[in-house]
Write a protein that binds this ligand. Structure first.
Ligand SMILES: [Zn+2]
Length: 294
């Protein structure tokens, strides 16, 4: 069966030369074309968004009526078109999570907006697709326990805060300690790495941590596979090589497979020298999880 990858061409909105180049998702989908079936997500309902966000923030995003303070914290321009792209990305992770529960693997060429909190957006993330997907499938009775494996170079602070006190969700974030967000939230498991950490040390810490995630016995893992731990990333300071990033992805895939836990992949951050560089890394992550040669 041809692997399905969730993607919408409407993700590629123009942020006007911003370091968050949404074009990377379009380029990654382009690279996968032919080898996978691209599936378009549906927009989530307001009620879906309310599972993870409060009404005031949800309605601001839906009506694109962010205040100056909201925009400053989000660090992105905003418009009805951009609002739609962020909503579609939520629908995309929900759909990829459904695919994971059906077949063992779900692939989203987008998503991973882990800095979005219940009542505000920040760090380029308006809506927390990871949180909505878990809470939506749980509300439908399709899962009871879930884990988030967040390997973006930045801490998954929004996800950690949304699930704080929720005993049925395990949040794991491994990130560079001296980067944004300055004030870290508390995940179920946080591993802080020093700037300059390379492949070997990273891999050891990851294997140990994945064991703790599996001890939680989740029904589903949502993987935030940020490409920004790469040594050439403009925002990150870790020193993972391209091979190191692939070994990281393989460790997540193999661990989930060994334990029989379905996994849905989202892409998250990535700020390589060009959008094409980041897109290449994102496409490799998805190909690896699709069981293809990378
Ligand atoms: Zn990041």
């Amino acid at each position: 069966m041809t692997p399905r990858v969730v993607f919408s061409p409407d993700y590629a909105v123009d942020y006007g030369g911003h370091s968050f180049a949404a074009d990377k998702f379009r380029l990654a989908a382009e690279a996968l074309k032919g080898a996978v079936e691209l599936v378009a997500p549906a927009e989530p309902s307001r009620d879906d968004l309310l599972l993870a966000h409060d009404a005031a923030w949800t309605d601001k995003v839906l009506s694109s009526s962010l205040t100056e303070a909201d925009l400053k914290r989000l660090e992105l321009p905003f418009s009805p078109e951009i609002s739609r792209a962020h909503r579609l990305a939520v629908g995309g992770t929900v759909l990829a999570a459904r695919h994971a529960l059906e077949t063992g693997t779900g692939l989203h060429c987008g998503g991973g907006a882990h800095h979005a909190f219940r009542g505000h957006g920040e760090g380029y993330c308006a809506l927390n697709d990871l949180a909505v997907a878990i809470l939506k499938l749980r509300a439908e009775g399709r899962l009871s326990r879930a884990a988030v494996v967040d390997l973006d170079v930045h801490q998954g602070n929004g996800t950690a805060a949304i699930f704080s006190g929720d005993a049925a969700v395990f949040t794991f974030s491994m990130h560079q300690g001296d980067l944004y967000p300055e004030m870290k939230e508390r995940s179920s498991l946080d591993v802080e790495l020093r700037a300059g950490t390379g492949d070997a040390e990273y891999y050891d810490a990851l294997r140990r941590s994945l064991r703790a995630v599996m001890d939680f016995k989740p029904d589903l893992v949502l993987y935030q596979a940020g490409a920004d731990p790469w040594e050439k990333d403009r925002l990150g300071g870790l020193k993972l090589t391209e091979i190191g990033l692939l070994e990281r992805d393989r460790a997540v895939r193999e661990t989930c497979a060994l334990h029989g836990v379905p996994v849905a992949v989202t892409l998250g951050g990535g700020y390589g020298p060009t959008p094409a560089d980041t897109a290449r890394l994102h496409a490799r992550t998805l190909s690896l999880f699709a069981g293809q040669r990378v």
